[in-house]
Ligand binder design. Sequence first.
Ligand code: SAM
Length: 275
Amino acid sequence: MVATTSAQRTAGPTVRRVESARHPAARRIADVLRSRSDTPRVFVIDDRENIEQAVACGIELDSVYATGSAVAEGFPTLAGVGPGTPLHVLDDAVASSLFGRQKQSRVFALAHAPRPPRLGDLTGTTGDVVVLDGVRLVGNIGAITRTACALGAAGVVLLDSDLRTILDRRLIRASRGLVFATPVVIADRDACVDFVRRERLSVAALSADAAEPLHRIRGVADRLAIVVGGERGGVSPALDSLTAHRYAIPMTQKVESLNVSVAAGIALYEHATRR
Ligand SMILES: C[S@@+](CC[C@H](N)C(=O)[O-])C[C@H]1O[C@@H](n2cnc3c(N)ncnc32)[C@H](O)[C@@H]1O
């Protein structure tokens, strides 16, 4: 049975109730969650903080949803979300059936996809470019994106990340919505190599067994492409062949390597705060 849409008056805008997985709004959410497109037109943003961050970055919302249990004290207020954005309450059972084994949020939005960032968007910008050469854990990619944004990097380039789109729910969450605040470009290695050459960027690769200690990065006046390797393999030969500087962050002998997001953060900070 298709549930009828009942319009409910709360203290503010109209909130529609979605009481069945066959309701048109529920079907739409199911389609978006199922999409495996590299270029989705609509995508999901989970959680209030990320929705607000996305809106502050100019992302246009299509609609906002909260589960029944999340609206006990009224529909959550979302900074920057105008009265024209349709609000819906999803019955908890409908939400569970839609998300299945995927992470279920109590508050989420559908949003219109912005144009995917390209390498060319990093041309003529300032700040270092962070190249993630085979980093695949989305939590690490998100953490680096957040740090890159915080420390004024020009952007982040993802090589061999396994992500089809930066509008990945996990990446949006892991970056705290900052994937919309700094360009995150999915590229292939050849295109990245061309870009680095064209832009005449100096390349600094990070590797735990490099001979030069990282503090020397403070003496490099140029804008850098700072390259970190994947969780397993380290920096690839293609990027390593461009490298002018190889730096290690000195560690005690008890530790083999740092988490890649920690290494990237330390290097970005060291270079961003050079004199
Ligand atoms: C978990 S580590 C990868 C370890 C991998 N077994 C290797 O051989 O590089 C991921 C990335 O973090 C960076 N990294 C980790 N520890 C580092 C350190 N002490 N100094 C410089 N970079 C480091 C490097 O870019 C490395 O490729």
